[in-house]
Design a protein around this ligand. Sequence first.
Ligand code: FES
Length: 158
Amino acid sequence: MGKICAVSKTIVKEGKRITVCDETRARLLPVLHEVQGKKGYISDTDMQNIANELGIHPVEVYSVVTFYSFFNLEKKGRHIIRISNCISNIMAGSKNVQREFEKALGIKSGQTTEDGKFTLEAISCIGMCDQAPAIMVDDKLIGKVTSKKVKKILEELS
Ligand code: FES
């Protein structure tokens, strides 16, 4: 079996165009995860440094960081609560869950509490349509969330 290649590029070798694994770009996501894991976000300077290290244009790094909603461009709260607002989740009541979190935290979606403890985000997909309404608290997926469960979820994070 051949090598699995996440990102490929075409090069010309001995007059022939061939497709090869692009190891440089394949390293981009792991590097971004590492930086975010350490700092909680990826700054402009980080993106420039990563681009220099990998030998790619900073715009490529920026486009990847902004494509994935799980990468942060600015400092967020210690806990990030993401509420899925795809149509399945909305039909199942995700807007009520979002309002309950907003009320309990005293912030709107997209904001961070003053104490820096929580960031609340409404995003399009967390891959949990079948468990709607679903949320993601840091790296943990929680399905079938009700307004009543919101307080308990926040207490567990305190
Ligand atoms: S489309 Fe519903 S969670 Fe992804």
